[in-house]
Design a protein around this ligand. Sequence first.
Ligand code: F3S
Length: 401
Amino acid sequence: MYLTKEEEQILNGEAGETLRQAIEILVALGDIYGADGLIPIKSAQIAGVSYKTIGDAGLEWISDLKGQVKVPAILNPAGMDLEDWERLRISPEFAEKQKAIVQAYKKLGIRCECTCTPYTLEGFSVGYGDHLAWSESSAISYANSVIGARTNREGGPSALSAALLGKTANYGFHLEENRVPEVSIRVECSLKESDYGALGYVAGKIIGSEVPIFRLKDTPEKDELKALGAAMAASGAVALYHVEGVTPEACRLGFEEPEEKIIIERSQLDEVYESRKEAGKAPELITIGCPHCSAAELKKAAELLKGKTVSKETWIFTSRELAKRYPEYIRTIEESGAKVVCDTCMVVSPATNSYSCVMVNSGKAFAYVPGMCGAESVYGNMEACIEEATGGKENKAGGSY
Ligand code: F3S
């Protein structure tokens, strides 16, 4: 891998131990994956923030680092709401460690907005063709697929290293030839809302880490694409997908039809809505906002909850910035007894671990809650989740419990 003179000096430790470690990580990755050199990045998004996932070893590593990031950098969700952690009954010991992790990142010049939807924030713009070092799988998928930016699936340490250097190794999805669809997925039914999360869950299991191009009957909204990508990145390891006539590279580059072809039918999506219900457990906790709710999703949740009262614990996750921007939605949601929670989510917070069955409207949360939180997950659309939260039993979308 070619390094400039300045990069060689950093690797020799002439710019300090933190940058030496950072470039060593990037060079090691570049050598493994055949990178020709380092390229500048526009921004970094750093996972490895929740104390639940990184523990004391992670806290210690981050605290030892010195210096300042060279590009705008932002954090992934932490293990708790940083301003109101007692609300979900987080222990003071956990809160203390979590605050220390966020402080350690802050010292490095990282913006301490903890969200998996950084592309919705002011001052964090991402454009077509931008090179990034992002590390939360749904954000990676959205940046690559819906925006047409270019990022690999970075780990927390490599994204942080890239932020400190302002560069990343040039391999994988930074190169045009690796962004071409490898499998065509034709969906034989019409889709709406949570159907996209179910589709992502089914497709990810089948294709693993391949790059798919979808042929759909409908034109999905941005939030539906967000749900599709998040689920595929969780049940599989998909970092980039295309949708014919919708996503920017599919529209601009006009890909040839891949040889490998898959058809997905309605019955496969219905299985996601129905699965795990045989166990007969009733959800004790309802969660919405994986990935973090957009303004449109907050609005919809507020409309559905207006004038109602929840009878089950209900958490709606979003970024702090969006919660501040839309106080009227937050007020309406919270008047129902549901909680709007920022900086964290149902998967990375330890708060979810004390429930045995969680209802979700996200294919990603559906995939991760059992393994990460030790609870059953059941799937439904947002209407079904709110119906469940407010005591209703009827649901026409197949998502009720
Ligand atoms: Fe975001 Fe947590 Fe889901 S990080 S994508 S809300 S698992």
